[in-house]
Design a protein around this ligand. Structure first.
Ligand code: F6R
Length: 247
């Protein structure tokens, strides 16, 4: 498979990065009001999401016809569990943007039938013709969504035993008395690569090595984000701390 030149945009700080990321989402929705959108949970997208909420308030964008797809979830958790991806998305994104339930399609990670959840998600994405835009954070181990190192580059939605690093870093989303679940459910690399637009956002020195690997390292599932270089128009938005230009 052919790799492409990645478009890297370096922002002076997190606020500027967040603004640029929001502009991408807004452009997609303004061009295609019924766009299918997927936005990662986690810390990095918070600023971008605040910008989206502000833009909605100002009437600069209308999400009322969009479909929102959940990227991933900790197995066993749902929207009422603090620390879960859905708790984050409902609180920061869906409620402030007044997104209706019918527009939200997320994994039920509390289901006994997780494989069925994956099948349903795969069918839904196929019927929608894939994602129009996905905005991804990147893990320090290079994961995107819960596509962990050494998993399949051509996988669709799946359940995965989470990497030790993911569990260790993921503790930040949870109260110290709660141990993060050991399994995750996620859209697969195949679906991320199939998205019409892929935007990766990274901020802070802790992401430096992961961003360097994504941009300049070997393309391999040892570092899942690097696989996104197979996407013809991957955009990586970084701040000064998470990026060192390599000629
Ligand atoms: C969360 C997700 C993860 C995060 C990544 C970075 O839904 O899919 O891949 O995007 O772990 O997390 P933060 O932004 O908290 O550094």
């Amino acid at each position: 498979m052919k790799t492409y030149t990645t478009i890297v945009k370096e922002a002076k700080d997190y606020d500027e990065l967040s603004k640029h990321a929001a502009e991408h989402v807004i452009n997609v929705v303004n061009k295609k009001p019924e766009a299918t959108i997927c936005i990662a949970g986690g810390d990095t997208p918070k600023g971008m999401i605040n910008n989206l909420v502000q833009a909605k308030k100002e009437g600069a964008v209308d999400f009322s016809q969009c479909q929102f797809i959940g990227l991933d979830e900790w197995v066993g958790l749902g929207e009422n569990d603090p620390g879960s991806c859905q708790h984050f998305l409902y609180h920061h994104l869906f409620k402030p943007l007044e997104i209706e339930r019918e527009q939200i399609h997320v994994f039920d990670a509390r289901s006994e039938e997780l494989n069925e959840e994956c099948t349903k998600m795969n069918q839904l994405l196929d019927s929608l013709g894939g994602l129009d835009i996905v905005v991804l954070g990147i893990g320090v181990n290079g994961h995107v969504g819960f596509n962990e190192p050494e998993t399949g580059a051509d996988w669709k939605a799946h359940v995965i035993r989470l990497d030790e690093k993911t569990l260790q870093v993921g503790q930040k989303y949870f109260d110290s008395s709660i141990t993060p679940p050991k399994f995750g459910i996620t859209l697969g690399m195949k679906q991320l690569l199939h998205s019409k637009e892929v935007v990766v956002i990274a901020s802070g020195e802790k992401k430096l090595s992961a961003v360097q690997q994504l941009l300049y390292g070997e393309v391999s599932m040892e570092h899942p984000a690097s696989i996104l270089r197979y996407h013809p128009s991957l955009r990586v938005l970084v701040d000064q701390h998470s990026f060192v230009k390599t000629l």
